[in-house]
Design a binder for this molecule. Sequence first.
Ligand SMILES: Nc1ncnc2c1ncn2[C@@H]1O[C@H](COP(=O)(O)OP(=O)(O)O)[C@@H](O)[C@H]1O
Ligand SMILES: [Mg+2]
Length: 234
Amino acid sequence: METTLESSFCLAVDQAVKEGKKISMITHVLGDTGEEKLKYILSTILRKVDRLDLMELLYTSAKELIVNSTKAAIKRIIFEDMKFDIRNLGDYEQGMKLFKTNLNDRKFPSYKKKMKEHGFNVKISCTYKNDKFDLEIRNNFPLIPIEAERIKEKFLHAKKYDNLFEFFMEHGDNTEGAGMGITMVEILLSQSGFDRRLFSIYSSEKRNETIARVEVPLKQISVAKSTYEQLFLD
Ligand SMILES: Nc1ncnc2c1ncn2[C@@H]1O[C@H](COP(=O)(O)OP(=O)(O)O)[C@@H](O)[C@H]1O
Ligand SMILES: [Mg+2]
């Protein structure tokens, strides 16, 4: 759905981009307006650095990573409400059953208020300097060991695929919510001709945060795999 952004928002973004400022947005559950704002921020920056070709990669990656961050927060809310200890393996299994049966994307917005009450938010930041674009999606809590392990597995799994076509051939396109966010971001980077290691997820207990980061060199002429091959299906 198209929404119209307030002109004061657009003007403020334009000005900040002109001044080369870091641009951040705080969200809880990204809705239509949030998506439009994110799109506006990304496209304004990318237009400035003359790399609008990176829009698809960065916007899709940001959305996947924001959903992961929102889901992680909702998971913690469900555990806290049920008085389950998220770091206890038995509790974790029980809690995850509830999390999975009770939750689908459509229910996310109903958790917005609770996220605020629990003090959870998702911070999206864009920096662009020294010919590098840096996208960060931050949760204000650390990962638990099981999540860190799952993330490690996903990173290993993604190495198998060079492009989304190969991935869909093996998994079908029935992948929504089927655990492919991290894989997707890696494949998109690789498919755009970038090093997969430009995508990382880092967590710190001390700083009480988890940050998913996608760094893209702006001056590198990426030989996108899609530019030297046009692939059709019969
Ligand atoms: N920001 C995050 N906080 C906590 N756990 C995360 C985060 N991002 C990813 N994870 C963990 O990594 C797993 C894999 O993520 P992903 O590949 O996007 O698949 P899916 O979200 O469909 O499970 C998640 O299920 C979750 O356990
Ligand atoms: Mg995901």
